[in-house]
Design a protein around this ligand. Structure first.
Ligand SMILES: Cc1cc2nc3c(=O)[nH]c(=O)nc-3n(C[C@H](O)[C@H](O)[C@H](O)COP(=O)(O)OP(=O)(O)OC[C@H]3O[C@@H](n4cnc5c(N)ncnc54)[C@H](O)[C@@H]3O)c2cc1C
Length: 271
């Protein structure tokens, strides 16, 4: 399937370690229905060092089901340009650099959509707790925006939305500005910055522990759904923080944790 680039803007401050782009792909008249929490595959042009076509890279959809612009057959992605590997050695990631360098009007090969688990609840009063780092914010942006549109329609009574969003500094947090302007009674936002000069390191799990009382109440509500997305390394810390919150409130974590998994209310997507 071919999509056309309809927009490509940088959404973090300038800095070699965190060049993140918001990219809009348009499908024209081609049907490409998607849901919040799904991802798509991008096939970079050309071949790898063995002369084989590049494998597809997966990117989470950052826009709601009815389009980045409501009523358009388009979607958005949040892509971090990879310039270092996980060990910190310089490298130019094939897919992310291809995507971040695209110009409006360029054509992109797309496959998918993928994902049938990281989907949001659609019943009224369902609570959504979103825990993310970096580009893990993409599916959270999609869910938040869908809820915002539903709320605007006046026909849907949403439950609580709570967001824990971590980055090294606020400069490398995608969508920092727009997030600040969302109404407080719509979404409860908690930032955690691990490398702000002259401030103690704070990770998403620290922010979660600070909000233990509210999280404990949400853990006990069968209408609450948890979504975790971002770096692989955050997964363990976040699950441990949830356990501590539960135990601190005198709840049986083994029981709650099992139930969350069984009922599809705890979703982890890290890469
Ligand atoms: C379900 C899913 C959803 C994803 N959603 C997003 C998303 O919304 N936004 C996004 O930017 N990425 C997302 N990714 C990661 C994305 O698929 C690519 O892995 C990433 O863009 C790197 O691809 P590349 O071709 O640029 O690097 P490659 O050329 O594949 O790799 C170059 C080197 O960089 C290392 N590397 C790979 N990924 C990273 C990374 N993220 N950080 C640092 N080093 C890395 C590799 O180990 C390798 O050594 C997602 C992955 C999955 C599985």
């Amino acid at each position: 399937m071919t999509a056309t680039v309809a927009g490509n803007v940088r959404v973090t401050d300038v800095g070699t370690e965190y060049d993140t782009h918001h990219i809009i792909l348009d499908f024209g008249t081609m049907p490409f229905p998607v849901l919040e929490g799904q991802s798509i595959g991008i096939v970079p042009p050309g071949t790898d060092e063995r002369g084989k076509p590049h494998f597809a890279r997966q990117y989470s959809i950052a826009s709601p089901r009815n389009g980045e612009r409501p009523g358009y057959n388009n979607l958005s992605l949040t892509i971090k340009r990879v310039l270092e590997d996980h060990q910190g050695n310089p490298v130019r990631g094939v897919g992310s650099n291809y995507m971040c360098d695209l110009k409006v009007g360029d054509k992109v090969q797309v496959i998918g959509p993928f994902g049938a688990t990281f989907l949001m609840p659609n019943h009224p009063k369902s609570n959504i707790v979103m825990i993310c780092t970096g580009t893990g914010s993409a599916p959270m942006r999609a869910m938040t925006e869908w809820r915002r549109r539903l709320r605007k329609s006046g026909k849907f009574e949403g439950g609580k939305l709570m967001l824990f969003f971590g980055a090294r500094t606020k400069e490398e947090l995608p969508y920092f500005g727009p997030l600040q302007s969302l109404p407080k009674d719509f979404i409860d936002i908690n930032f955690a910055f691990s490398r702000t000069p002259h401030q103690p390191k704070k990770y998403v799990q620290d922010a979660m522990r600070e909000r233990a009382a509210d999280l404990a109440a949400l853990l006990q509500d069968p209408n609450t759904f948890f979504y975790v997305c971002g770096l692989k390394s955050m997964e363990e810390g976040v699950v441990l923080a949830l356990r501590d919150v539960a135990q601190g409130a005198g709840l049986n974590w083994d029981e709650i944790g099992q139930r969350l998994k069984k009922e599809g209310r705890l979703h982890l997507e890290t890469y």
